[in-house]
Write a protein that binds this ligand. Structure first.
Ligand code: DQA
Length: 156
């Protein structure tokens, strides 16, 4: 089972960027832990008998994210997407349309609780084309999101 993990703008700066809001872990730390969790799920929980393979993509550029999602279903045999679209969450019809066109089960995650922050963060343009959204749990949002996505993929 191939899962693509996408991180949007400014998330490459995790650990240094507003640590009180986004935590002290780097994106690399979070990605490594996601790999460990995927292994543990494989070995112990056995959500799926297929090996879970994660691939990672980060970009600050909206069009690159759109392109990556397009490639995920046209040539890369991806089974599901875990995405933190960063600020594009609140603005990007293009990412919404790319996810919709892909038909891939997609889970949206956010480190911070976007609904308890500024008003402009209260709307996610992406969530209507996702199977679920997790926010507010710091790095654990990614781990919970991965578990939810794998469960969803297994049951469909
Ligand atoms: C974020 C929330 C967004 O509003 C913000 O623009 C980000 C990070 C989060 O993970 O909490 O860049 O997606």
């Amino acid at each position: 089972m191939n899962i693509l993990v996408i991180n949007g703008p400014n998330l490459g700066l995790l650990g240094k960027r507003e640590p009180l809001v986004y935590g002290t872990k780097s994106l690399d730390d979070i990605s490594k832990k996601l790999v460990d969790i995927a292994k543990a799920i494989n070995d112990k929980i056995k959500i799926t008998t297929e090996e879970i393979k994660l691939s990672f993509f980060q970009s600050d550029i909206e069009g690159e994210i759109v392109k990556k999602i397009g490639e995920a279903w046209t040539k890369d045999s991806i089974d599901g997407i875990l995405i933190n679209p960063g600020a594009y969450t609140h603005t990007s019809i293009a990412i919404h349309d790319a996810i919709q066109a892909s038909n891939l089960p997609t889970v949206e995650v956010h480190l911070s609780h976007i609904y308890s922050r500024e008003n402009f963060r209260h709307t996610s343009i992406i969530s209507s084309v996702c199977v679920g959204q997790i926010c507010g749990f710091g790095e654990n949002s990614y781990f919970l999101g991965l578990q939810g996505l794998l469960n969803f993929c297994k049951n469909t």
